[in-house]
Design a protein around this ligand. Sequence first.
Ligand SMILES: Nc1nc2c(ncn2[C@@H]2O[C@H](COP(=O)(O)OP(=O)(O)OP(=O)(O)O)[C@@H](O)[C@H]2O)c(=O)[nH]1
Ligand SMILES: [Zn+2]
Length: 371
Amino acid sequence: MFQPSSASFFSADDRSQIACERAISEMRYGRPVVIEGQDITYAVLALDTATPETFHRFAALANGEHTLFVTHARSAVLDIDAPSGLFFSIDGFAYEETTELAYGRGAERLPEWLLASRQGEMFERLARAALLLPAFVCLAIKSADGRFDGCARLAADTFDHTPAAEADFAIVARTRVPLKGIEAAEFVVFRGGVAQRDQVAIVVGTPDLSRPVPVRIHSSCLTGDLFGSLKCDCGDQLREGLLLLEQRGGGMLLYLDQEGRGTGIAAKMRAYGYQHQGLDTVDADAVLGFEEDGRRYDAAVAMLVALGVGSVELLTNNPRKLKALEAAGFTVHRRTPVMGVVTAENRNYLATKARRSGHLLDVDTMRQAAE
Ligand SMILES: Nc1nc2c(ncn2[C@@H]2O[C@H](COP(=O)(O)OP(=O)(O)OP(=O)(O)O)[C@@H](O)[C@H]2O)c(=O)[nH]1
Ligand SMILES: [Zn+2]
């Protein structure tokens, strides 16, 4: 018979995990959340989902003591060196002025600021988990401050517990889905991670698990994968990758729910807006407060383990994926490049990835090969 290990359904770790999930959900609804630190407790409002009305309500309650948290990447865009981000004093700032300061290109006056300490990294991770821009209106409060009664609360160190949750994935369904040109494809659906979103692995053929398994780890790209956007090479890589797996006699493609390098479709479209103004893919993300590439591969690791894979041939040009798998204990037997087609529209994007993000791409050779 099942014996509960304690009198309560939830363990302490469960509780902090739940607090975190609730806070993320509340943020996406545009409501303030209380974050209890060892030294300071903050009420925070994610600017991405705030409205002028909620912003001004928060500001009025704050009596001018509220600040704007921005990340290291955003601080650097504003020419300030702040390793863990910083807090701007925004007393008297209107909503539009604050959003401009947080992720616009025309911030006219920089108010006084204070460096953030470790809490900055926590704010950044929270925003990433919520798929929101990493900019928060903050107010230091006493833990029992009645002004924020009813708000979701979480402990600042909650994220120290989440890596386990990020890697907790279970298979919920697997079934055959024949694809164009690939008769033997099986979709294996996993559920888990912080947001319990579903992720899919596509097993092509019958890979020999006793040998290095050909694996492609692909981050979702709605525009490229589905609509054939000319701005990137993702759709080509997706289809090329699957065909390559078939040619190898079997392999696996992990289709990770990491739109926009994990920033989400909304942030990616904002970044495209800045790219139309002439910024490259790295600088456009930085204006929005994002580091160059903050993707984690815990889900990929968990999926490969569940599928019985130990050693891989990795189909990628991205050395970070290689490092992530090696750090998780996989043997990367070899790396095979996956090339899309170079076009006038994606040439700069690919060149930026090679030049600034360390991708192993020789864009000129690719273009000549395509001609
Ligand atoms: N933020 C941002 N994301 C982009 C942009 N263009 C494409 N993406 C995203 O970048 C990711 C591309 O990921 P992957 O297909 O894993 O490719 P990769 O990291 O380039 O590595 P390999 O293809 O394995 O060499 C997808 O999540 C896209 O949605 C952009 O300009 N800005
Ligand atoms: Zn893409």
